[in-house]
Every structure is written in structure tokens, then in C-alpha cells.
Design a protein around this ligand. Structure first.
Ligand code: OAD
Length: 260
């Protein structure tokens, strides 16, 4: 009975915030951070995704990101990303918030517009997510701070081959690392949407990394309810009105599109 219950809750809600994590992209082929496939060589994300790790060994950190970028560049949005993009446009009051840096929500926003014969989505398209942790396909200069889109292959064989800014400074991935501040306006907009929401739909996150993991707590604190889609229990599970156990590519379309 959980799917009909989730659908009823969403139908009754005026505002919905959706928080996604790495698990929503798992069925697209993107490895999660804390699952069995979470290790790269012998490293955990926490060993590499820090400003200290980059300062110590930028080549190693870039090698990891180059590997992730190659892998993610070949991935397509799955049925969960596509269903969320359509859901966000199908009614007012939906805000998508993601911890993911893979760009698959934005790609789903584009693909669903294409399907409808529409031009590429603008930044304020409701299917475009608030990206709390940045983007793996953007870089930032460690010297002048300039940000640019960057999809070209990165040669991480040597410190001297790493990508450089036009000012000469070393470029780094424009993602938020452990110990760094999240982008202030994106964070504010996410929490404002979470507080105003009747429902927070939480998909594919272990809900361990704050402040992102506090987004659903803001909905709860303001009197709203949680729906969770995750094959595994999380620290949020006990506080959810509905928990849907299973892969996102199955559960999310079932509750949003009424498939099944
Ligand atoms: P995690 O790797 O911590 O958690 C992934 C979650 O997805 C787990 O709860 C899995 O049970 C679940 N999962 C696995 N397969 C799934 C599927 N097919 N459908 C739905 N869920 C599935 O990833 P995040 O919670 O996103 O931050 O991690 C949070 C942050 O920690 C990331 O943004 C990243 C990481 O280090 C930074 O890099 C700053």
C-alpha cells in the first residue's frame, strides 16, 4: 500500500521538495560513494574530496575526478531522473535539490524538453535542480577563482599536465569538498523550499552528509512529511510517512507517473 499512499500525499501537497543523492544515478551506471562500489583504488571519497588532499596531491585527486568524469560522461539519465523532470513541470510548487555533481538531472531536463519539441531549458526551468555540491563538469581556478564549464579530457599523468586557467593558476573541479562551504544562495533556496514544502521526497541518499541531509529535517521541522525511496534503510527511514524499498528507476516513476 505504500505507492498509493505516497501518491495521495503528493496529490494533496501544495509544495514538494525533492532531495536526491548518488543512489538515483546508480542505475545509470554512476557509482555511489558509500556502497560496495564506493572505493576507487584503495581510496574512499573522504580521502580525496578534501581541500587538503588536493593541496597534498592535486594529480591524484584529478586522476580520480578524470576517472569519474569519463565514467559519468558515458551515462544517461534513467527513468527516475526523467520522471522527476516531468513531475517538476507538471504542477506548480516543485523544487528539485540534488547532492549529485553528475549533471544527470539537468540532462533529463533537456531530454524531456526535446521530447516535447521545446528548446533547451532555462536556468529557472522547474526541472533544473539546485546543485548543492557543484558540478563535476565545471572547474574553478585556485588562483583567480574564475569558473568555467569544462568537459575536455583531463591528463593527470603528471602535475604539469593538469588543467590550467588562462591566468596560469591550477584549475580544480568546481565541486564542494568536505570541510568547504556550500554555495550560499543555493543552500538558502533549498532550505526555503524545504521549509515551505508539505512533502519532501528523498531519493537515493544515505542522508549522512550535512548540511544536505538536513534538507528533509527542515520539512519535518516545519510540519511536513517525508517519503523515502531507497533500497536500504537510512537515518531518516524511521521518520518517514512512506518508505519505498527498491531502485529509484522503478520506485520513482511508480509514484510520480502512476506506473504500476
Ligand atoms: P551515498 O553513496 O552516501 O549513498 C547512496 C545511497 O543510495 C545509499 O543510501 C544507497 O542505499 C542508495 N542506493 C543505492 N542504489 C540505489 C538505487 N538504485 N536507487 C535508489 N537508491 C539507491 O551517496 P550520497 O548520499 O549522495 O559529497 O552522498 C552524499 C555526499 O557524500 C555526496 O554528495 C558526496 C559524498 O561524499 C561530496 O563529494 C561533497
Amino acid at each position: 500500500m505504500t505507492v498509493p499512499e505516497a501518491r495521495t500525499l503528493l496529490d494533496r501537497a501544495d509544495r514538494v521538495v525533492v532531495l536526491t543523492g548518488a543512489g538515483i544515478s546508480a542505475e545509470s551506471g554512476v557509482p555511489t560513494f558509500r556502497g560496495e562500489d564506493g572505493l576507487w583504488k584503495e581510496y574512499r571519497a573522504e580521502d580525496l574530496a578534501t581541500p587538503q588532499a588536493f593541496q597534498r596531491d592535486p594529480r591524484l585527486v584529478w586522476e580520480w575526478y578524470a576517472w569519474r568524469r569519463d565514467l559519468i560522461g558515458a551515462c544517461e539519465p534513467n527513468a527516475a531522473h526523467l520522471a522527476l523532470a516531468r513531475f517538476a513541470r507538471s504542477r506548480p510548487g516543485v523544487t528539485l535539490v540534488t547532492q549529485n555533481v553528475d549533471g544527470l538531472h539537468a540532462l533529463a531536463a533537456r531530454l524531456t524538453r526535446q521530447d516535447d519539441g521545446e528548446p533547451a531549458p532555462a536556468d529557472d526551468d522547474p526541472a533544473m535542480p539546485l546543485e548543492l555540491h557543484g558540478s563535476i563538469f565545471r572547474v574553478r581556478c585556485t588562483a583567480c577563482g574564475r569558473r568555467t564549464a569544462h568537459r575536455a579530457a583531463v591528463d593527470a599523468t603528471d602535475r604539469s599536465t593538469l588543467p590550467a586557467c588562462r591566468c596560469g593558476g591550477l584549475l580544480r573541479p568546481d565541486v564542494v569538498w568536505f570541510g568547504e562551504m556550500l554555495p550560499a544562495r543555493t543552500l538558502e533556496a533549498s532550505f526555503a523550499a524545504a521549509k515551505a514544502a508539505d512533502i519532501c521526497l528523498v531519493v537515493g541518499t544515505s542522508a549522512l552528509v550535512h548540511p544536505a541531509a538536513s534538507v528533509p529535517l527542515a520539512t519535518l521541522g516545519a510540519g511536513g512529511d517525508l517519503i523515502e525511496g531507497n533500497p536500504e534503510p537510512t537515518p531518516l527511514s524511521g521518520r518517514c510517512r512512506v518508505t519505498l524499498r527498491g531502485g529509484a528507476a522503478t520506485t520513482v516513476p511508480r509514484i510520480l507517473d502512476g506506473d504500476g
